[in-house]
Design a binder for this molecule. Structure first.
Ligand code: G1P
Length: 296
């Protein structure tokens, strides 16, 4: 069984939910306190041993590329000031991983974005990390997903139970138990079902471990929900294929801390939650929050 080295991070979206902030700045660069959200995602991949990172980008993502590149002018200025702490913060994102970029010329959906990774990834299994989902570093899930792939082969998705009324925001899986409590056999998948049509409250969270057979499937996946080529539809097809051809999909159940940065309210909650836990500003922020009267 081949190991997993590559992480694919789709970052081609327009980020319209955060306009006007995202008019001239990629949404992936929105800070969670003082670090761009996307850096947490790259750090998570690297912590799981995935040191080959491929971003799928689009027009207007230059700030993201600059963030993971060196900024020699800034480095020299900080060196001259002997400010080693800030110098380290500047270099942190540069030294993380081998980072590559490929563009998705047209916004044809998540499945289409993943297809852009085909040449880079080749015939290796690979991870996909969606930037809107932040997984707390204290509750890593990728290592468990890699173990499950090693045991069963095929592809592995990350599932989380959500309140039934929220299921229409996610891809939803019908599942059957396996011998492992935290691993489920995926028997059906529907992208963003109406609440009444959802076969379960297991939502797909933005972490995937994909067999390279997904590329062949994506090439023939027709546009689905919203007229977009959906990764969920390709996974459904993979779930029906035999293990000999790279088929089979299991879900690992995630019960840890996850923060959604995909819409304004969730993003603000994520920032506040993580800020309160910081050693530098956390104690004062918590005191301040407790003192506030939010009644208007
Ligand atoms: C995507 C996937 C969806 C998944 C979600 C997780 O949707 O299509 O199946 O549940 O990510 O965050 P998006 O949120 O990009 O619309």
């Amino acid at each position: 069984m081949k190991g997993v080295r590559a992480a694919v991070i789709p970052a081609a979206g327009l980020g319209t939910r955060f306009l006007p902030a995202t008019k001239a700045m990629p949404k992936e660069m929105l800070p969670v306190v003082d670090k761009p959200a996307i850096q947490f995602v790259v750090e998570e991949a690297v912590a799981a041993g995935l040191d080959d990172v491929l971003f799928i980008t689009s027009r207007g993502k230059r700030a993201l590329e600059d963030h993971f590149d060196r900024n020699t002018e800034l480095e020299v200025a900080l060196q001259e000031k002997n400010d080693s702490d800030r110098l380290a913060l500047t270099q942190e994102s540069t030294d993380l991983a081998r980072i590559h970029y490929v563009r998705q010329g047209q916004a044809l959906g998540l499945g289409h974005a993943i297809l852009m990774a085909e040449n880079h990834v080749g015939d290796q299994p690979f991870a996909v990390l969606l930037g809107d989902d932040l997984i707390d570093e204290r509750d890593p899930i990728l290592p468990r997903m890699i173990e499950v792939r090693e045991k069963f082969g095929g592809s592995v998705i990350c599932l989380m139970q959500v309140p039934q009324e929220d299921i229409s925001l996610y891809g939803c899986a019908a599942v059957a138990p396996t011998d492992n409590d935290d691993v489920l056999e995926v028997t059906d998948l529907i992208e963003k079902p109406a609440v009444a049509d959802a076969p379960s409250n297991y939502a797909i969270i933005g972490r995937y471990l994909l067999d390279p057979a997904v590329f062949e499937v994506l090439h023939r996946t027709k546009p689905g929900r919203g007229g977009e080529i959906q990764l969920t539809d390709a996974l459904l097809e993979l779930s029906k294929m035999s293990p000999e051809t790279g088929g089979g999909v299991r879900g690992v159940v995630f019960t840890g801390r996850r923060y959604d940065t995909g819409d304004k309210l969730s993003y603000l909650k994520a920032v506040i939650r993580l800020a309160t836990e910081r050693e530098d500003i956390g104690p004062e922020l918590r005191t301040w929050l407790a003192e506030q009267d939010f009644s208007g």
